[in-house]
Design a binder for this molecule. Structure first.
Ligand code: 6PG
Length: 244
């Protein structure tokens, strides 16, 4: 489904409410809630909301496990680390023990080992279809149509077996770690946050006019629910009928 709200701030607020709803539902049904966090500016605002007085007490954090969807090849305290951003925006202010927070080891020189370690950590999630199942995976869409660290033209796009992979991203001259499609698409719910008119043309291609497989984010097709949470700027080039 597609939900359009006014601006980036409204996207982060609507996302916070949806995270609360998903957490309450999962904890009521199964006693636990697992979430994979994304990087990016809209998620940062979402995390700040979740740690704020308005939202914090609506989630029983003792029954939450925090994971990450991707990470840069940097130390956890590096300014580009998704882990650092999430700590500063939310995790440091929440009643979470270190055992509830599972970060990708972007600092390891052997990033394949870091990916294998993370795949091992995912084994504590409930399994479905022989794969770990997140309750909620948060994602964004980059200008080039990437999501998580599934970048155009990279080896990660064809991964069928591993749940977590390390990859070269030649266009950024770097390496990343990312969840693979199989585990993303095994989630109960995936929420894609996209804000800003600068994303509008790409979003129109992704959702309407580009052939399937042109952009990595098109490969996000979960068995569970897929929610595109957009602001009006990002949605400007989508046909009215899609938004009704
Ligand atoms: C990351 C993200 C990445 C992000 C997109 C969109 O680590 O950077 O996981 O996939 O979601 O680049 O980012 P914005 O929402 O900031 O545009």
């Amino acid at each position: 489904m597609i939900e359009v709200v006014s601006d980036a701030e409204a996207v982060s607020l609507a996302a916070a409410q949806r995270v609360v709803d998903a957490a309450q539902r999962a904890i009521a049904q199964r006693g636990h809630f697992s979430i994979a966090l994304s990087g990016g500016s809209t998620p940062k605002r979402l995390y700040q909301h979740l740690a704020s007085d308005a939202f914090r007490d609506q989630i029983d954090w003792s029954n939450v496990s925090i994971f990450f969807g991707d990470e840069r090849s940097v130390a956890p305290d590096h300014e580009e680390a998704n882990y650092r951003m999430a700590c500063e925006a939310m995790l440091d202010q929440l009643p979470l023990s270190s055992g509830q927070i599972h970060r990708m080891q972007g600092e390891l020189s052997d990033l394949d080992q870091a990916a294998a370690n993370y795949a091992e950590a995912l084994r504590q999630l409930p399994e479905k279809n022989g794969l770990p199942q997140f309750d909620l995976v948060l994602l964004g869409m980059g200008d080039d149509g990437h999501t998580a660290s599934l970048f155009p033209g990279t080896t990660a796009l064809t991964e069928q077996d591993k749940t977590v992979v390390a990859l070269d991203v030649p266009q950024l001259n770097t390496r990343r770690i990312t969840l693979s499609y199989p585990v993303i698409n095994n989630a109960c719910q995936v929420m894609l946050l996209v804000a800003g008119e600068n994303k509008a043309a790409r979003l129109e291609e992704v959702l309407v006019s580009a052939p399937a497989g042109r952009y990595p984010v098109q490969g996000v097709m979960p068995q569970g629910e897929l929610i595109w949470l957009l602001d009006q700027g990002a949605a400007t080039q989508l046909p009215e009928a899609m938004l009704a």
